[in-house]
Ligand binder design. Structure first.
Ligand code: GLA
Length: 384
């Protein structure tokens, strides 16, 4: 282990579950790795390629080791990992703290140390660790501490993504287990109300989010448009506006940015959202401050998220969960800025990439239904 944080900022990558369910194989992983490089996703920061549930054979081998499904992965996992690494990407894999995974494949319960060693031997860099089929007598926090210890015992830097769905007040104890991210909600669906519900449920938990242990609001559904082989996720689809809002929420709330669509079929609108370097920079900001939320007076569907950035700027994002467009007023007073201080904010629109000049005392954009506005704002002397 290299004695540094494994996840100083939220991890970014792609995960197979949202679109491919357990219909995954060697060829798919290789073509996704190629796509991540060719489409500029790796350059934009998406560096983990994560194989979710369904890579395993239904039984362990005679020595008790996990095996890859021989039809899906005829050359085994190590070869796939080597290919992914050869593209400059990191490789993630999935297991579960129970006797079985959520998809019914063998789980890691009481195999934790040997499975961790096997993952390390394959060159795995990221383990998503789920919470199904846990023997009732064993406390969850013990099992997350145990897999964390098992991964550490290998000496390899492996990011531990705890997938515990936000139950049992996970935000309060997960950081001390050594996990680097924690799933804080049940599974996302490709639908506006799922995005809205997840974001609303996490706004008041931002204080638990920080370097090397991030609140994972689940994989992105941006660009899925209701497609895919996962009947649990693909239930309708969203508009591009809603996908933009989803991405901005996850970025502002320091969630991992893990793509879930078929990256080989990204539309121009999807690429514009997922590859927007100005929005990504807010999520990956080295200051790693949490955001706080401010209500907008008179409209409960509209709110503002504010995140202080490392260079002294502020990320300020306006969200409208309502079904009609709305004016969202932010008084800088509520951010701590008194008029007498002699400062104003220079606004830069991170989605249209325009500079909007100096804004004094307040800012009040009109935000479309289910839409957002995202700005990077620099404190500047207010020369009246
Ligand atoms: C759970 C997790 C999902 C996915 C599936 C796999 O539902 O929350 O993200 O990993 O299991 O079976």
């Amino acid at each position: 282990m290299n004695n540094q944080m494994i996840s100083a900022v939220p991890p970014m990558g792609w995960n197979s579950w949202n679109t491919f369910y357990d219909k995954i194989n060697d060829e798919l992983v290789r073509s996704m790795a190629d796509t991540m490089v060719e489409q500029g996703l790796l350059d934009a920061g998406y560096n983990y390629l994560i194989l979710d549930d369904g890579w395993q054979a239904r039984q362990r081998d005679s020595r008790g080791h996990l095996m890859a499904d021989p039809e899906k992965f005829p050359h085994g996992i190590k070869e796939v990992v080597d290919y992914v690494h050869s593209k400059g990407l990191k490789m993630g894999i999935y297991s579960c703290c129970g006797t079985h995974t959520c998809g019914g494949y063998p789980g890691s319960f009481e195999h934790e140390f040997s499975d961790a060693q096997q993952f390390a031997d394959w060159g795995i860099d990221y383990l998503k660790y789920d919470n199904c089929y846990r023997p009732g007598s064993t406390a969850t926090n013990i099992l997350y501490r145990r897999i964390s210890m098992a991964l550490r015992s290998t000496g390899r830097d492996i990011l531990l993504a705890a997938c515990q769905w936000g139950t049992e007040d996970v935000h309060q104890w997960i950081r001390s287990s050594g996990a680097h991210t924690f799933r804080s909600t049940i599974d996302i669906q490709d639908a506006w109300n799922s995005i809205q519900k997840i974001a609303s449920s996490q706004i008041n938990l931002q204080g638990y989010n920080g370097p090397d242990c991030f609140n994972d609001m689940d994989m992105l559904v941006v660009g899925m448009y209701g497609k895919g082989l996962n009947p649990e996720t693909s239930i309708g689809g969203c508009t591009d506006e809603e996908y933009q809002t989803h991405f901005a929420l996850w970025a502002m709330m320091n969630s991992p940015l893990i793509i879930g669509c078929d990256m080989r079929e990204m539309t121009d609108a999807t690429k514009k959202i997922l590859l927007n370097k100005e929005v990504i920079a807010l999520n990956q900001d080295p200051g790693v401050h949490s955001c706080y939320s401010l209500p907008v007076y008179g409209n409960p569907d509209v709110f503002v998220l504010v995140k202080p950035l490392a260079n002294g700027d502020y990320a300020i994002a306006f969200f409208n969960f309502g079904d009609t467009k709305a004016k969202a007023v932010l008084n800088f007073w509520d951010m701590g800025l008194s008029a007498s201080a002699g400062y104003a904010f220079e606004f830069r629109d991170c989605i249209s990439h325009e500079d909007l000049g100096l804004q004094k005392e307040f800012f009040a954009p009109v935000v479309s239904a289910h839409g957002c506005k995202v700005y990077r704002c620099r404190l500047a002397k207010n020369c009246k």
